[in-house]
Write a protein that binds this ligand. Sequence first.
Ligand SMILES: *Cc1c(COP(=O)(O)O)cnc(C)c1O
Length: 334
Amino acid sequence: MQTLEKVPRVRLINLPTPLEALPRLTKKLSGPRLWIKRDDKTGLAFGGNKARKLEYLMGDAKHKDADFIITTGSPQSNHARMTVAAANKLGMDTLLVLKGKKPRENQGNLLLDRILGADIKFADVKTYDDVHKIMAELAVEYARKGHKPYTIPVGGANYIGTFGYLNAIYEIVAQAKQLGIKTDYIVHSTSTGATQAGLVLGAKILDPNLKILGIGEGSDTVEIRQDAIKLANEAAKKLDIDISVGTKDIIIYDDRKYAGEGYGIPSKECIEAIKLLARAEGILLDPVYTSKAMVGLLDLIEKGKFAKDQNVVFLHTGGAPALFAFRKELEAQL
Ligand SMILES: *Cc1c(COP(=O)(O)O)cnc(C)c1O
């Protein structure tokens, strides 16, 4: 922790986020005791998990005297939306290079990006590696025009962003102690692997009995696991922490039943999970990430993965603004 405290960071968000009980859902499912870590309430234009990464990423940007942020994501990227909000708060400009075709409508996160005033380009290319190359070229161009650009990869997924969820483990462990509970599992949606990398590294340092379960969102989980291992080990190395994260530390459930047809495609089960949490606890999940993670959690409970006296924390990573971009799918199942 000593060294993590020395890493450049800007305070942008409301921490600690609440760790709340889910009493009605717990009763309904008659499985383990369920809790929710409300990282949908971090602040930064509707909040979400990217906010924690951005405290470190923007800290690094400031440390390097940057005044112009370039990042990427899908047109419904929560990371892109929160990055623009963070940059605005620090008086920096933002260019979003969003992957894909320009959507016909400005809806959900894209609408918020526009309100927040980002410059937006669309790159209709195959992979994020392709987008990252375009971003690097644009950074050179903007530097020539006198800006000091700082580029952030998709999802804020590098070792700096990984510090965000390493730090979050300290917060969760302290809160659990205050509540007088032992946290047995954290279940969360995993996509770039950076959130999982931080959580797993943190658990290894602080509480080796705490298990982190990632649930895939429809992307290739072999790649996510490799990336998470790399990010966790890079972050550990930068902090001189003598811990190594390997394949068996990164647990990802990539059941088709949870992830549905693929990334960004909500299944019927996801929409049911959104309705379930909304109606039992008044909390809104998102259609791309957290609802799939909830489908996974519900199935693992049903399969008897957890004992009744265990505490399972569902990490709410945010994303609810995208609900509005999936109006038709949701409406069809109300
Ligand atoms: C980005 C995102 C995730 C995945 O986080 P990673 O660190 O990329 O694995 C999960 N949930 C929501 C809502 C997100 O926006």
